[in-house]
Design a protein around this ligand. Structure first.
Ligand SMILES: O=C(O)CCC(=O)C(=O)O
Ligand SMILES: [Fe+2]
Length: 213
């Protein structure tokens, strides 16, 4: 039995046993302070039985091809997405639990309450998203938070100061949580870069505060 199969067998058993579960946040969250008021919080293995969650999301979410405004054009982004706005029911109850657990942990600061969810599906190493800061916070002077829960195979979230600088690499997958906070969206950029390595599919769930356009 290979390890991957073993993983998904345990996940299936876990599902029968009451469904997927979230480990505590609290002290298990490691803060990494970046420059200019930006920070990252890491909580590896936050969601257990994440393979089962990956399968459910891959099969049941209404995925669409991603498009993104870049300078004066709208371009295709090689990945699939599905967006859940304020008040929309999320595709799995465990995601609603995850959003509430994040809000409890961070204490719901004004304008930084997690409300929306963006889901991204990277099918192969050719699927990616280029360097960017998220619109929520990129253009404003207020701090914000973007929390990313990753299920499925591991990919690398790359982070650097806006416009260049040393690249920090964070492997994310298999139920890991990473939260970008403070000034991160306006002082730093992040990306999921293409890889030539043979990687399996990954889905990320990004929780964000609601900011009107
Ligand atoms: O998939 C990820 O982990 C990051 C996605 C992202 O940065 C975005 O959609 O804005
Ligand atoms: Fe982003």
């Amino acid at each position: 039995m290979d390890l991957q199969y073993q993983g998904s067998l345990f996940d299936t058993l876990d599902l029968l046993d009451g469904g997927p579960g979230l480990q505590p946040l609290g002290d298990a969250v490691e803060r990494i302070t970046l420059s200019q008021g930006a920070w990252l919080d890491l909580r590896p293995g936050w969601l257990d039985d994440s393979d089962a969650v990956f399968e459910q999301l891959a099969l049941h979410v209404p995925w669409v091809a991603d498009r993104r405004e870049m300078y004066d054009r709208v371009v295709d982004v090689p990945r699939l997405v599905s967006r859940y706005g304020r008040g929309d029911e999320l595709p799995l109850p465990i995601l609603t639990e995850a959003r509430e657990a994040l809000n409890d942990h961070y204490g719901r600061p004004p304008r930084q309450v997690f409300e929306t969810a963006g889901l991204c599906f990277y099918r192969t190493g050719d699927d990616s998203v280029a360097w960017h800061g998220d619109r929520v916070g990129r253009t404003l002077h207020q701090d914000t938070m973007v929390a990313i829960l990753s299920v499925g195979a591991e990919r690398t979230l790359s982070v650097r100061r806006k416009g260049g600088g040393a690249v920090m690499r964070f492997p994310v997958g298999h139920g890991d949580l990473i939260v970008m906070g403070g000034s991160c969206q306006r002082t730093h950029e992040h990306a999921i870069l293409k890889t030539k390595r043979a990687v399996g599919p990954r889905i990320s769930v990004q929780f964000r505060p609601y900011w009107p356009r």
